[in-house]
Ligand binder design. Structure first.
Ligand code: HEM
Length: 511
């Protein structure tokens, strides 16, 4: 015999603690065996037994809770259908301002072509189904990224894409079927903005951020082609890990103040590296350290392989230990002489040439994070009922949202415009014409982050300072946005760089 159809009347009969059903978004949930395990306690469930609890539910939970506990659902009410959207891997958000203009069906973009859309789709499916689950778990546990995920990213060309456009991508087929030869800086932007959607700030740096800022230097500056090719192959295949080791307790942005030294051995075959490095992202699991050292007449950059004399220990920071933030000690480490990048004593050039891309990547991910937080606030303001009405029905909340949206949209537009210039400029010209604008862009976005973190936390109230439940992404953002304001050049240094670069080309113009 077919089971009786589910109606509001039949549900209302299940209104006791030992026989407890309720309705959420036109679906019926049998919570009888769940009551005692409910994190919000049994009493609240007993209060809605046999009733439609949709408003009460969305006032307190994210929609994803229903996906996680879908086994409690026993069916949909007769002649009714669920209204709340359940996102599938790869889906675009339908929330206003949840996507940049170029991804909204009503809008056009002069920048993005079919291959950018294909890459976006391929990346999003990969991130939603493969990166997100591990990112969420490891952000909490503080464990490092798995070799399994690294292998999958390597196989899909994602590790290689994160270095930006170049020959290393030729011959590869990338997510969405995009050819490596087609990959430009707009694809680079897409990759960064999709990856950060895994929404786990510490894990995102643990996801080989060290590689993106150090292998680029190896590829650009290694003088020994065989060494360059070997390290590139080892790292892009995911077999070995690499990081950038510049900052020290003694000096951060002030590279000239570094105290780690490298001297040549008497037979001239090795560098002897000694000193310490602090805040080295991915250092705990890295096989190579692209290290800034004081040499005889200046500063040089040397690839130090992990081995005798290299010691690493974790540093506890505000974000997840999954980032593998490290204190490194080099105790008279012997490094082959061909591991020098660029010219001896000319390491400043090596470091500077790398900064543009690093800051550009950080701008991409910050811009997307601002949007994700704003989207969470839009959703929350639209579902949270206070004083008998939705939060968004209060003018003061709409003012906050307006400010957030304005920063999100203006930041993304400036980012896209700079990215387009990068697509049409040589790497050398980018260093001349774009280091100032990129510095100012990153400065602007992290200032926006400061405002958005502040407003979003207030909108979420107690949930904005709670690490689980509705406000957990806002809590994480408020706790971690400062990483982007400091790493890759602090706000003050970058703002100053932007104006100083502008002054360099100042004409003899008078007021
Ligand atoms: C299918 C039904 C339900 C499931 C699977 C469920 C699951 C959960 C989970 C996993 C949490 C932990 C917080 C989070 O992750 O968001 C939670 C918290 C909570 N739930 Fe439920 N719940 C259900 C229905 C309800 C209903 C109908 C009510 C109220 C009428 C309710 C009231 C609460 C409360 C008060 C909390 C604590 C929230 C806070 O401290 O912010 N739950 N629930």
């Amino acid at each position: 015999m077919a089971p009786a159809p589910l109606t509001r009347e039949s549900v209302s009969a299940h209104d006791k603690p030992d026989d407890l059903w309720c309705i959420i978004d036109h679906k019926v949930y049998d919570l009888t065996d769940f009551v005692d395990a409910h994190p919000g306690g049994n009493i609240v469930l007993e209060q809605v037994a046999g009733q439609d609890a949709t408003d009460a539910f969305y006032n307190l939970h994210k929609h994803e809770v229903l996906t996680k506990y879908s086994s409690l659902c026993i069916g949909t009410l007769q002649n009714e259908a669920a209204e709340v959207i359940t996102m599938a891997p790869g889906d675009l958000s339908q929330v206003p301002y949840g996507e940049p203009l170029w991804l909204r069906p009503q809008f056009k973009s002069p920048y993005f072509k079919e291959s950018h859309h294909k890459l976006r789709k391929g990346m999003r499916e990969f991130v939603d189904s493969t990166v997100w689950p591990e990112a969420q778990e490891k952000e909490l546990s503080g464990e490092y990224i798995s070799q399994e995920l690294i292998d999958k990213m390597a196989a899909n060309g994602i590790l290689a894409m994160r270095l930006g456009p170049g020959k290393h991508l030729h011959g590869r087929t990338l997510p969405g079927g995009v050819k490596g030869e087609e990959f430009d800086y707009l694809h680079d932007l897409v990759t960064a903005q999709e990856l950060v959607r895994a929404n786990a700030r510490g894990f995102m740096d643990g996801n080989l951020a060290g590689m993106t800022i150090s292998l680029t230097a190896v590829r650009e500056w290694a003088r020994d082609e065989a060494l360059k090719d070997r390290i590139t192959e080892e790292v892009l295949s995911g077999k070995k890990k690499i990081c950038l080791a510049i900052t020290e307790a003694f000096a951060g942005s002030d590279v000239a103040g570094l105290r780690t030294t490298a001297r040549k051995s008497e037979d001239g075959k090795h560098w002897i590296v000694s000193g310490t490095k602090k805040w080295i992202t991915n250092g705990m699991f890295s096989d190579y350290f692209v290290t800034g050292c004081k040499t005889k007449k200046g500063f040089s950059v040397i690839i130090v392989p992990r081995g005798e004399g290299v010691e690493t220990s974790p540093i506890k920071t505000a974000y997840s230990a999954a980032a593998a933030t490290t204190f490194v000690q080099f105790d008279n480490v012997k490094v082959p002489i061909n591991h020098l990048l660029g010219e001896e004593d000319q390491g400043f050039k090596v470091i500077m040439s790398n900064f543009n891309h690093e800051r550009f990547m950080m701008a991409c991910l910050t811009a997307r994070q601002l949007r994700m937080v704003t989207e969470d606030c839009m959703k929350w303001a639209n579902q949270r009922i206070v004083f008998g009405k939705k939060l968004i029905e209060n003018a003061v909340i709409r003012q906050k949202l307006a400010k957030m949206i304005a920063h999100v949209e203006s930041g993304q537009s400036w980012l896209e415009s700079i990215t387009y210039q990068m697509c049409n400029m040589s790497y050398k010209d980018q260093a001349i014409h774009l280091s100032g604008p990129i510095g100012l862009l990153k400065f602007h976005l992290t200032r926006s982050a400061n405002m958005i973190a502040d407003e979003a936390t207030n909108i979420f109230g107690g949930r904005g300072i709670t690490q689980t439940g509705m406000g957990r992404h806002v809590e994480m953002f408020n706790r971690t946005y400062k990483f982007d304001a400091i790493l890759g050049g602090t706000e003050e240094i970058l703002a100053d760089l932007g104006v100083r670069q502008a002054m360099k080309s100042f004409p003899k113009a008078m007021l």
